[in-house]
Ligand binder design. Structure first.
Ligand code: BTN
Length: 377
């Protein structure tokens, strides 16, 4: 086995730890050289993007690997690194994460860590550079990033210890790399990736490949880690590059089905509001089922179609909107997160949501009774 011995080189500031690791690899650095910087002035992301890297707000880390296995297995290096990040986040901060294809590590659908795996020709043969960025603190993310990114600080609700994270990350990388190098390492890594990703199977996604955009349902990975996506025409497309975004169910999609069950939808909405009013919720930060469909449309200013299509009446719409506004005021990003129910229930923001749900439930039931008895005062 070819397990690396980590040697850590710490820097105050650098253009990009990946670029520095490449320079070191070209100068003959052995496998296991790690470059860590407190800030990056030109942090690089996948698909020529930049990676915002303010001082001490994240872990910015790159490692030089010199794999001996066949080139066909190299694309799996990014996937095994995402597994290692996921292991280390669980060990260090008790965080449960999801991997979005190919190697974004997310909590509640928001990105906590990104990985840029690259290759470089050196006198000692081709080397792989794995660059890992982990958002530790809630830095001044741009408005665009705010809705799609999160940090350990936000997700774990604790001040992160970057050194402990780095230690655990190196341990996890060594283990996952060992596995990838073993005889059935490729199959094992793919199985593990699928077990750690909600994107592996049956997820409705939109794929952006250069200028092309298409939608489909995920159907597992190819042996080199490419994502299999089945289009609506039943064709399997193999995605090796590009961006993949989950498509969430919306109320609009419910009602575009051939025989939408309007009554089930209305009852479902009331049930969900009643569930929150009685203090019940998922602690993982999102609503499930029909209420989440309503919210998806509400968030995109698209819920009025429910009135136009006669699913709910104007009064129900006003009640649901009022409840949603309270929720949005309490959680502007659309997500709440809490380690457990007790903590959530003590959160004043959550208490305001429960109060609004109680009010909405009472008003919705009143309307229902009026509809049934035909009286009103
Ligand atoms: C992505 O998700 O687009 C990949 C982001 C990778 C960022 C890390 S930070 C450390 C290393 N140095 C870089 O310039 N990029 C990677």
């Amino acid at each position: 086995m070819n397990t690396f011995q980590p040697t850590i080189r710490r820097l105050e500031s650098i253009d990009s730890t990946n670029l520095e690791a490449m320079r070191q690899a070209k100068a003959g650095a052995p496998e296991g050289l790690c470059v860590v910087a407190r800030e990056q002035t030109h942090g690089r992301g996948r698909l020529e993007r930049t990676w915002q890297s303010p001082k001490d707000a994240g872990l910015y880390f790159s490692i030089v690997l010199r794999p001996k296995f066949e080139l066909g297995r190299w694309p799996l290096i990014g996937l095994m690194s995402a597994l290692a990040v996921s292991d280390a986040l669980a060990k260090t901060f008790n965080l449960q994460t999801d991997i979005k294809w190919p190697n974004d590590v997310c909590v509640n659908e928001r990105k906590l860590s990104g990985i840029l795996a690259e290759t470089v020709e050196t006198n000692l043969g081709m080397a792989a550079i794995v660059g890992i960025g982990i958002n530790l603190k809630q830095a001044d993310f741009s408005a665009e990033l705010k809705s799609s990114a999160t940090s350990v600080e936000e997700a774990a609700g604790a001040t992160p210890n970057g050194d402990m994270m780095l230690d655990n990350l190196l341990g996890a990388l060594a283990q996952r790399y060992d596995v990838l190098q073993s005889n059935d390492g490729a199959e094992h890594t793919i199985r593990e990736w699928c077990a750690h990703s909600s994107y592996a199977y049956d997820r409705k996604v939109r794929v952006t490949l250069n200028q092309e955009v298409f939608e489909g349902t995920t159907r597992g990975l190819e042996s080199d880690g490419a994502l299999r996506v089945e289009t609506e025409e039943g064709r399997i497309r193999i995605v090796r590059a590009g961006d993949v975004h989950a498509l969430r169910a919306t109320a609009a999609s419910w009602f575009s089905s051939p025989a939408p069950d309007i009554q089930a939808f209305r009852e479902g909405l009331l049930d969900m509001v009643a569930q929150i009013a009685s203090g019940g919720a998922e602690v993982d930060g999102g609503f499930n089922g029909i209420l989440s469909m309503w919210f998806e449309d509400y968030w995109s200013h698209n819920s009025k179609h429910l009135v136009r299509d006669g699913v709910i009446n104007e009064s129900e719409y006003v009640i649901l909107n009022r409840f949603s506004e309270t929720f949005r005021a309490a959680y502007p990003t659309g997500h709440y997160a809490s380690p457990d129910m007790q903590t959530l229930q003590k959160d004043p923001a959550w208490q305001s949501v429960v109060g609004a749900a109680k009010e909405a439930e009472r008003e919705l039931r009143e309307l229902l009774e009026t509809e049934m008895t035909g009286t009103s005062n």
